[in-house]
Write a protein that binds this ligand. Structure first.
Ligand code: SF4
Ligand code: SF4
Length: 334
């Protein structure tokens, strides 16, 4: 018996792919998932400290995914916890936050992540509702790649205390080459949050991928600074992962350059996270985009992993349900 709150999955338009498939009848959209399933859930010490619920599945197919086992579910064939009754999930989260370990790490909220939580939005809302029945003051963080409809964003803003928001690139060709999705909805939703829900925005995150997103730091930072130069901008250092398992990590020099670029664009609240501990005084091979450019390099790497698309657009791709990227198995991860 399918609960009423999942009925909208009979015609799923939760994210900007707007697949209109009946996920409850076995049809699959870009995210490939049916009913929402929890991959794992645990206390997590990274700010904002939380009880983090990782939802299986994702509406992006990022070459650099660090959680590919979860994001590519079910095609990854990795084990997940599965569907969990929202009331049980809520009680578990509250108990963990109140536990000695939860208090020791300063956990004060339920953090929804993935994969991407957007294909599981009705489940997320139900967990929040159940949690707030038990504790009206519990905080909630929504971790997102931004690729949701305006309607879904309004729903997220209605329950979120904080939002952690990824912008992978500013230019559409780089964003598509890296994620398989267009950038316009991501920038539109980021602008909406920065303009109308600034108090909810914990930070905007940007992954510095040598040779691919290095030249995107300045335009992303300028885009943010144009709206609000005080928005926290968190630069993350790439480590070899998934399709990019043989790609070089971001060296210290590159991260320092990225901070300088972001500040030059006008941002005053720039930080670095996931510091690679990879020394380097000068951009080495592949650290800077070569003549080829970041989008072309990412496309070439995707092609090497089996994606034949000249312009990656997973929503319209004929291989969507038979996608070599979703079944890729990284042999190496950091
Ligand atoms: S990709 Fe988005 S619109 Fe398509 S089925 Fe998944 S959540 Fe729904
Ligand atoms: S093969 Fe198609 S669905 Fe798979 S990543 Fe490439 S464009 Fe996207």
């Amino acid at each position: 018996m399918v609960p009423d709150y999942l009925r909208e999955l009979e015609n799923c338009t939760l994210c900007e792919w707007r697949c209109s498939v009946n996920r409850l009848a076995g049809e699959r959209g870009v995210c490939s998932i049916g009913i929402p399933e929890v991959a794992a859930a645990m206390l997590h010490p990274a700010p904002p400290q939380s009880y983090t619920i990782f939802l299986a599945g994702c509406n992006f197919r990022c070459l650099n995914c660090q959680n590919w086992e979860i994001a590519c579910y079910p095609d990854s064939h990795e084990p997940v916890r599965g569907f969990v009754d929202p009331a049980i999930m809520a009680e578990e989260a509250l108990a963990a936050i109140r536990s000695l370990k939860g208090r020791m790490i300063g956990a004060d909220r339920i953090f929804f992540s993935g994969g991407s939580p957007t294909p599981s939005l009705p489940f997320v809302e139900e967990v929040v509702k159940e949690a707030r029945k038990r504790d009206r003051s519990v905080k909630v963080n929504y971790d997102t790649n931004g690729f949701m409809t305006e309607e879904s964003l309004a729903r997220v803003l209605a329950f979120s205390t904080s939002i952690t928001y990824d912008i992978k690139a500013y230019h559409d060709d780089v964003h598509r080459a890296l994620t398989g999705a267009p950038v316009a909805p991501v920038l539109r939703n980021a602008a909406e949050i920065m303009t109308h829900a600034r108090e909810k925005l914990w930070e905007i995150r940007f992954l510095v991928v040598p040779g691919i997103t290095v030249d995107e730091v300045a335009p992303v930072a300028a885009f943010i600074a144009d709206i609000d130069h005080t928005i926290p901008f968190n630069l993350l250092a790439f480590r070899p992962n998934f399709i990019l398992e043989h790609h070089p990590p971001a060296i210290q020099y590159l991260m320092e350059e990225a901070v300088r670029e972001a500040r030059k664009a006008g941002l005053v609240n720039v930080r670095v996270h996931g510091y690679p501990g990879v020394a380097g005084e000068r951009p080495g091979e592949h650290q800077s985009p070569g003549a080829e450019g970041g989008a072309a390099l990412a496309r070439r790497i995707a092609e090497g992993a089996g994606c034949p698309a000249g312009v990656r657009d997973c929503g319209s791709c004929g291989l969507q349900q038979d996608c070599p990227i979703k079944t890729y198995r990284a042999r190496r991860s950091v």
